[in-house]
Design a protein around this ligand. Sequence first.
Ligand SMILES: Cc1cc2nc3c(=O)[nH]c(=O)nc-3n(C[C@H](O)[C@H](O)[C@H](O)COP(=O)(O)OP(=O)(O)OC[C@H]3O[C@@H](n4cnc5c(N)ncnc54)[C@H](O)[C@@H]3O)c2cc1C
Length: 441
Amino acid sequence: MASRHDAIVLGGGFAGLSAAVALAEKGAKVLVLDKKPHLGGRAYSFSEGGLDVDNGQHLFMGCYLATRRFLETIGTENRLDVYEDVVVDYAEPGGRRDRLSCPSWLPAPLHLAAGLLGLKGVSLGEKTALLAFDRSLKSMKSGPVPDAVEKLTVRQWLTGLGISRNFQTRFFDPAAIGILNDAPEIASAAGFVQALRTMFFSGGKEASRFALAKTGLSELYTDAARDYVEKRGGKVISNAKAAALIEEGGRVVGIKTDMDSRFDAGAVISTLPAWDLKKLALPAALRGPWETLKPAPIVGATLKLDKAVMSERFLGMLNTETHWVFNKSMIHGLKESGQTLAVVISGAHKQIGYSPEKILDAAKRDLSSCIPEFASATVLASKVVKEPFATLSPVPGDEAKRPEPGTGMPGFMFAGDWTRTGFPATIESACVSGQAVAVRL
Ligand SMILES: Cc1cc2nc3c(=O)[nH]c(=O)nc-3n(C[C@H](O)[C@H](O)[C@H](O)COP(=O)(O)OP(=O)(O)OC[C@H]3O[C@@H](n4cnc5c(N)ncnc54)[C@H](O)[C@@H]3O)c2cc1C
């Protein structure tokens, strides 16, 4: 006998849990199924060998409104630190430093303009191109990013605006690769425009603030979301892999797992990444160009050192293989001897094939060259995590392939970070999609 629910949510990451919470808030009895033994999808944490590790450092932004609403609903928004200051420090081999510091007394986006004008490694002549950048961004303040821009890579768009390669390397490239998880030569300008305009032209200064979890990622949301759903009559089941959608009379009425269990519901919401969803037995009506969307990898390493080597919260590393280093001791407020760092390589198409030792060597080499104190530190413990399917690779022409959240067919809705939410495939996109489908039910 099949069990029946108001809605089945496939996937227990940010999108699935935010959909389930929003539905439970409306009084729906929801069933969440995830194939893994733990919740959290592509944003989770674990402990190993004395280290608390996130599967990859995740940066949130003040403009992550749907994410913050989700965390507020489940009662964990206070586990996210939203920093007042908008400051980014950069280090490069040889120890040279630069700083983007956006004055808090200026309104947005003037605070960014002042921050950019203060960069030491970019000449005044190069900075005049900011006028063209500002004009271009303002012309796309809302609505879909024009096709002509979506078809350009980040590199082509910025170069076309007259922004020098040096300026791109020192500010735009680290931002673009962090947001889009692919190189400026690969990623479409669309996602960059979507992110920048939200950060700097919406919601005042709050929107451009950085935010980081004070706890491990799982602790930030997974248990609290599960409790919220289950206390309202829903159920969350792990180790349950969906294998097929069941269609009757042109309507999706439930799902079958790979163990042949059947679950029926008034609606099925999929938050599975495109590359996982396409492996299911699906009604022909759901097949489409979205199946050709491709992932981009991220690799990262957490390192426990015997001594403190950095005083910043995080550092962008320029002209290195490793892109960012985060001071986990400071971010998590750890009272420990030494220091724990997390490094990130985004768009890691090459490094995903490296052994953990080789990734660690690259991280140590870059840290030693950018942070002189690192050279005399001892690495007491380390953990490398490779995420081959980290995010959507946002190549030009792919925006139109992303189905809108909530579309699909009778009884079925697409959701997930990769759906067309108006954001690059991020946590915010995941939560926007989850809350969008809940509104439609
Ligand atoms: C290393 C790394 C760093 C990142 N950094 C950032 C960052 O700094 N800022 C940011 O905003 N975003 C970042 N992201 C992206 C962010 O993690 C994702 O956008 C977000 O977690 C996606 O959530 P989701 O719920 O849409 O998908 P997922 O988290 O992938 O959830 C989908 C779930 O579906 C499950 N599933 C798959 N197939 C099946 C099946 N057949 N049956 C049942 N369940 C199934 C999976 O197990 C998974 O739990 C990063 C991602 C990674 C990997």
